[in-house]
Design a protein around this ligand. Sequence first.
Ligand SMILES: [Zn+2]
Ligand SMILES: [Zn+2]
Length: 388
Amino acid sequence: MYAPAGVQVSKDFPIPDKMKAWVLGGPGELKFVDKDVPVPKKAEVLIRIDAVAICATDLDVIFDGTVALVQGGKPFNKNWTPGHEYMGTVAALGPGVDEYKIGDRISVEIHAGCGQCKRCRMGMYTSCHNYGLNYGDVDKGHRANGFTTDGGFGQYQINNINTLVKIPDDMSDEEATLVVTAGTAMYGLTELGGLLAGESVVVTGPGPIGLLGVAVAKSLGAYPVMLTGTRDNRLEIGKKLGADHVINVRNEKDVVAKVKELNGGKGVDYVLECAGAPNSINEAAYMVNRGGKICLAAFPHEQTNVDIRHIVSNNIYLFGIRGEGKSATHRAEAFMRQKRFDARLIHTHTFPLEDLPTAIRYAKDRVDDAIKVVVKMRGAETKKQAAE
Ligand SMILES: [Zn+2]
Ligand SMILES: [Zn+2]
């Protein structure tokens, strides 16, 4: 059984030496293999993964390698495990860890900065200057599980204690995988200024981050909150999560004019851009009022022309965010713990770990209107299940 030197284990929580995990071969090629259960170092714990959600960024990583950086390059054929939006149970403690107990249920955030570079010292650990430097002879202590280090599509993983968020017993495994998604929305909105009460917000793109962006903005007191998108079923979920107005851009000749009409003739204070479409930045710039702020939270797939003259002459601020920095997951979890919004509305499908390729197909092709697809380690049936 698993008993590495210096690692605290419990006889009540036996851990095998080997585990099942998916690894990435070539682009789009996943293999289900046996791997050694990893060993936590100082300030790290071993997590038994209980559930993991599939993110659009996982699809980018698996099918073309961006934005992962594994052993200094693309993630292919490196016996590397993707997956980053997981939750689970603390199974073993690395040397010196007393912040968590074996058996604690936790959710994770992705980025553990090195803790020693300029950005980490500023609290901006998702912009760590030692990003991706934690392999071979290099050990900067940096991890971004599912991007630079092994991730969550397997039975166990290592996490730095700084990336854990304790979750309450009444939060289901599926809901807990969404803490990190809500955390990204929280990070984007707080980087925009944070005090949103009574201020107007447009969220563009009703994907998981956009939908939870609506929920977090509303919980922070924003008014009005508008959501734009092309799929009515997702816009309806946006309404349930707190959107005061939804705009289907397919039915609207001029979405900027519609936003202004709904906001008393003026542009809005903030745009949280989650669509990543070629015209998204310019539309966002035309939707905000003078001096307004735009947060770019989507990874676009192509380069785009930006109307810089409009941005400069109107003193518009642009923020690009990566991940969920400044402990945003803790603040997002606090909203979810208090049931300020029901993140479960975006969870649509559940599959067992061995069906990961099917789960990925559902997420990628949006089969059966899939939004958030979750893989569970135990208790999921092999066939498609309805949402909880
Ligand atoms: Zn993600
Ligand atoms: Zn750093």
